[in-house]
Design a protein around this ligand. Sequence first.
Ligand code: 1HN
Length: 352
Amino acid sequence: MNVSTSPSPALERQRQDFYERIGRSNMTPLWLSLADLVTPEPRSACRPASWRFAEIRAAMLEAGGLITAKEAERRVLVLENPGLRGQSKITTSMYAGVQLVLPGEVAPAHRHTQSALRFVLEGSGAHTSVNGERTIMHEGDFVITPPMAWHDHGNESDEPIFWLDGLDIPVVQFLDASFAEMLDKDAQDLTRPDGDSDARYGANLLPVDHKGGGGTSPVFNYPYSRTRDALERLKRAEAWDPCHGLKMRYTNPITGNHAMATMGTFIQLLPKGFQTAAYRSTDATIFVPIEGKGRSIVGDDHIVDWEKRDVFVVPSWKRVRHEAHEDSVLFSFSDRPIQEALHLFREDRGNL
Ligand code: 1HN
């Protein structure tokens, strides 16, 4: 550390005058901002935050009486991080919102460069169509919309459906790479039978001449029934990680990498009574319990008492500890694939 002495008033005036002059030519001294640009640790405006589903649900039903899904294009309430209000961000890099489609409604077909994930919170039997194939959605299903894939949703069931949308909007915005278009009709044509991509790519088989793999998994619905069954079998093997309980990541079966290029998606079982050891990582993470009840302590003092369908955020490099008061299953997502690809991902498991 250099010991700096304060400049004389005359020198200080000279400096200010200099900054002002170069400012007119769009130049600025690095030495005034260096310490804020290159910090010894992540310093984020993103704050620990949480939303109760009961409150989201009530607001969504109210929105349901004010605007149709078609009129809104997507009837979504955006979950904005309290440290990032007005920016449509739940973390610095990720967008999240809750979408409601009422019985009989359609959300018209469009496509965009942003990738989307859906995690079904409540309801069953509505569909989303992606690239000419339809899938019926059930509670706990994780569904993918790849970049530039046509997608439309419809609810032919007799109950409302609520799901969490996660998108990489802030990343695409940062890169100035947004493109979008509407289809000239509400629902795209279906060109493949239901279950086609699952049979083709999701059964530990691949078409014989299949080559390569893209950034997004060709399997676009990871049904909860199958995920839950896997967790239940693993539970019997008692392969508990002190920081994560039993945590798995959703994968692209072609590459073994994350299911999506920009968003990592995870599912985690914490049995009743389990308390995780403190953990932190550079990927700010959005958690959504889909079974159970518990408490998470984020940073030094932010306590979240959660239950099924609530949403909470752990910012970059804040420690988190989870306690399960019942057998609990937590879905989560983050920008981890981006950080891994750029060799920026870092985690701290304490001394474990
Ligand atoms: C979008 O396409 C959906 O398809 C949901 O359901 C939320 C938020 C911003 C931009 C596009 C959807 C979205 C979105």
